[in-house]
Design a protein around this ligand. Sequence first.
Ligand code: FE2
Ligand code: FE2
Length: 182
Amino acid sequence: MTTGIDLGRPESGDVLDLITDDHRRFEHLLSQLRLGTADRDAVRRAFADVLIAHGEAEEELVYPVLRKKAEDIGEHEVEHGEEEHAEGNEALLKVLELKGTDTQAFTDAVEELSNLIAHHIAEEELTIIRPAREQVSGKVRLELGAKWAARRNELIDQGCGSEDNVRRIVAQAEREGLLDDD
Ligand SMILES: [Fe+2]
Ligand SMILES: [Fe+2]
């Protein structure tokens, strides 16, 4: 990360708490983008790093385990989550690609990104985090917390939110059919 904006650096804890802490962080950064209360270019780059790291680490390490351990989390919930990550990443790419940050195009792109992320956070907390809290043991959640946090931090250190890397991730999602319209 090169923006100097604090993205947190969790190392341990219940994975469900760590994930929801990041969701609150997303909301805060998106609100800064909407209100223009901070350097918008720095905020969009910081947001990109944490959003990509968070979602990639969820898909790699968390979704597969929760799906196995929680009876109310199945293929449908996981696939839907991955589709929403892809849509959010596509909207993020639009925000990153715009040259200026004080244009109508930027406002429109931030509005779309905000709406998609708010929707995904709500759905993930309702259909994945809440059942996982009831159906997955504390031991598994702690183990996952350490693994997820390490992967998230590693991806941030690699600059995973760069425009080129987000473009690569969106292209990959497109090839996998995650961006097909319903
Ligand atoms: Fe999440
Ligand atoms: Fe997610």
